[in-house]
Design a protein around this ligand. Sequence first.
Ligand code: GDP
Length: 324
Amino acid sequence: MVDGWLEAPYDLSGKRVWVAGHGGMVGAALVAWLQSENCEIFMVSREGLDLRDQAATRAWIAHNRPDVIVIAAAKVGGILANSTYPADFLYDNMMIEANIIHAAHEASVEKLLFLGSSCIYPKEAAQPIGEDALLTGALEPTNEAYAVAKIAGVKLCQAYREQYGRDFISAMPCNLYGPGDTFDEQGSHVIPALMMKAHAAKEAGADVLEVWGSGAPLREFLYVDDLADALVFLLKNYSGAMPVNIGAGEDMSIRELAEIVSETVGFTGYIAFDSSKPDGTHRKLMDSSRIRNAGWKAKTAFREGLSQTYQWYCEQIQAIKKKA
Ligand code: GDP
């Protein structure tokens, strides 16, 4: 084994795989991706199990005895939600990961994959950001609470590996987008927020798309199906303490993104920047060379992923209209 990469892949066939958070964008894409593996997929709804409840989570895992767990459950949100509700982002995420990881250890789960995010890396990290940048500097304040919780999750996986020999790994994706994302003007991430606003402006015949901040920050975006593919790849091929970065390999400015979203949606007005809103970190391009060298790369072209996402969004609007 070199750098945590397995010589003989871990065989998922016949395994009982629990995707925690299957209702979210990542969990849903992963469940779809796992269908082609010969494994038994487990899911439990939010109503059926509150992952912040330690006793309930422990009992659920002890009863269902999964062989493999993927922690795709998390409280997530965009820059404004993160900075407005730090207590929720810190508490919910710490509880979810601590409860699942500890119970997985108690139940001798064979393999666990924890999902973090590129925001765990220092604000001033050298670009592209390698996994070894973790904890080498101060965090971006707008999402510090979320990042601290996710860093604790990475550390929990490493600690249970070190102390108990558990095969718990973690993956750090860049900014994600795709069908199943949360569409909410105030709370969501930039892609769904801009898509919603551009669509609403087009429908209303309005000529302005409002974009937060200066438009100068750079972000790296990965289509959620590509992430699902990478997660299955990691489950099969990776067993190391170091988290693994998963990115598309290139970034773009928010201004450029707003232009591409406008084209995708068919919005032809102009873009206005609201400088009263935060920019957040300037750049967080990840160095994903470890997973690339191991044989995985993102396959979906950005414009293709964006139009799939827009199509999904339009279908949701149609479905809501039909119901009303
Ligand atoms: P971040 O990567 O944690 O900063 O997550 P976001 O997806 O929330 O924001 C990315 C960048 O897009 C930031 O620089 C935001 O200021 C910018 N942005 C521009 N317009 C919007 C918007 O309508 N919503 C969000 N969430 N971000 C926006």
